[in-house]
Design a protein around this ligand. Structure first.
Ligand code: FEO
Length: 409
């Protein structure tokens, strides 16, 4: 049975938002989505009625309910899958069963990917520059490989200037408001930063490539409709969002040091706090200390986006890096985080493999200069805490010089 209480929201002359709100999701493939998310789907009422994307499995009825508030779902002629990840295709079989569309379109890679999930589904491939004639409207396709998966593409409704940008320019934010101009800018900037850090950082070179070809796409943007979070209809605000994407993709950093650590019996914690004091001594610099007992890997990723240095602390447990530290640094390394500078520290009982293993991990961060390391047995003594403080000062001073030199250029 369809959910009769779910309504569509009009976003342009002929386009309706028919997505789903997931208020409760807190783990999005390892990313802590502290404010839930939306799975946006869009319905174009044209001669050929077209649905763009669906939602995660379990949300099909919500999508179909919203469609039914505008039109009989059986009147849908085409479905376009802009992105094959299951948060947008999980309910595709349910939606197909309820609508029986004439054709389903995806990029060439999209067809291959969707077939890995749904081998019997019939799809037609489209590519950059191809258009789909909707009778009285035209939809144009722009492949955006690796934003976020190899299959990803944008669709652009020529007649109304609506860009369906799937994951790009979105954010994981569940809200009753559908448009960005109904929400405060600070919230949008913060949630976008969180999303970029946890989803897009790895693909920053592809963002830069997209920007380099953006003008040649000849888009007269009136609405930008991503697959997550609010829809952009104030183009001045969307311009600010583009500026943020440009800054993040260029990996511009600030006078900021992030200290990340976990601790067993407070030894590594005491070292972290002494290092923190050393950085603070440098003056005009932000230092953020993140104990992993209370910060998630996603919190750390967000703060790392504009940090110039990371100082990482790990105890040694059973000859290994402490589990939460290994978890966070595996995550950050996968996202291809790098900071201009780094240092490592930690306490240990007898053999102390944690710090060298961490150091080895950080050597894979291309372009990151390792400034120092500190290991202490069990608990740091006064002279060792002084050395920790000096390590913090060294890192802080390097960051200040680095940013000041950049500002001179
Ligand atoms: Fe929202 Fe890459 O899926």
């Amino acid at each position: 049975m369809l959910t009769r209480y779910h309504k569509a929201i009009k976003i342009s002359d002929s386009v309706y938002w028919v997505g789903a709100i997931d208020w409760g999701v807190r783990n999005f493939h390892g990313y802590t989505t502290s404010r839930g998310t939306t799975y946006n789907a869009f319905l174009i009422i044209a001669d050929k009625v077209t649905l763009l994307d669906t939602a995660k499995e379990g949300f099909g009825k919500e999508v179909l309910g919203r469609i039914a508030s505008v039109i009989d779902p059986k009147k849908i002629d085409y479905i376009v899958s802009n992105h094959a990840e299951p948060d947008h295709t999980g309910s595709l079989p349910e939606v197909i069963a309820a609508t029986n569309p004439e054709k389903i379109f995806a990029s060439k890679m999209g067809v291959k990917t969707v077939h890995r999930y749904f081998p019997d589904m019939k799809l037609e491939a489209v590519g950059t520059g191809d258009t789909l004639d909707l009778g009285n409207k035209t939809l144009r396709f722009i492949e955006t490989r690796m934003l976020h998966w190899p299959d990803s593409m944008f669709s652009y409704l020529e007649d109304e200037g609506v860009l369906f940008s799937q994951d790009a320019f979105g954010m994981h934010l569940a809200s009753s408001e559908r448009f960005e101009d109904e929400l405060p800018w600070n919230l949008l900037a913060e949630m976008s930063e969180d999303y970029y850090a946890n989803i897009i950082t790895l693909y920053s070179p592809f963002v830069a490539k997209l920007f380099s070809s953006f003008e040649s796409l000849n888009l007269d943007l009136k609405v930008v409709a991503p697959d997550h979070g609010p829809i952009w209809r104030d183009m001045d605000r969307f311009g600010k969002q583009l500026e943020l994407y440009q800054k993040w993709s260029a990996r511009k950093t600030n006078k900021k040091v992030v200290i990340v650590y976990d601790t067993m019996w407070h030894g590594t914690e005491h070292m972290a706090r002494a290092i923190e004091d050393g950085v603070i001594k440098c003056g005009d610099i932000q230092v953020l200390t993140m104990p992993l007992s209370s910060c998630t890997r996603s919190d750390v990723a967000k703060e790392m986006l504009n940090a110039s240095a990371v100082i990482v602390g790990t105890p040694t447990l059973n000859n290994q890096i402490f589990p939460k530290v290994a978890d966070v640094f595996t995550y950050l390394t996968g996202l291809k985080f790098k900071t201009p500078f780094a240092a490592v520290f930690g306490s240990y009982g007898w053999s102390g493999e944690g710090v060298p293993q961490l150091k080895e991990m950080l050597t894979k961060w291309e372009g990151t200069e390792l400034l120092g390391e500190m290991k202490v047995k069990y608990q740091p003594q006064e002279d060792e805490l002084k050395k920790c403080c000096e390590l913090g000062e060294l890192v802080g001073q390097k960051v200040l010089n680095y940013i000041n030199n950049q500002n001179k250029e």
